[in-house]
Design a protein around this ligand. Structure first.
Ligand SMILES: [Zn+2]
Length: 76
């Protein structure tokens, strides 16, 4: 899963539009015109999925799986 972010035209900073989706759903979004409240300049920006990006939240949560099992060493 990831968060859909767009760039504020005023400050040049990215901000989330409040939509969480996966990569497949994101690239299949139609070319809509949407509005999102920008937390940087506090105004509404019009955006479309064409100019948005998907920021994967890879830093949230353990994604390593069971591959790093403790106690296994090549010694012996
Ligand atoms: Zn803005």
């Amino acid at each position: 899963m990831g968060t859909v972010v767009v760039r504020c035209a005023v400050t040049g900073l990215d901000f989330s539009v409040g939509i969480e989706t996966d990569e497949y759903s994101f690239v299949t979004l139609p070319d809509l015109r949407l509005k999102a409240r920008c937390p940087h300049c506090r105004s509404d920006h019009e955006w479309s999925p064409r100019q948005a990006r998907l920021r994967m939240d890879s830093m949230t949560g353990p994604l390593r799986g069971p591959f790093s099992a403790p106690g296994i060493s090549p010694e012996g």
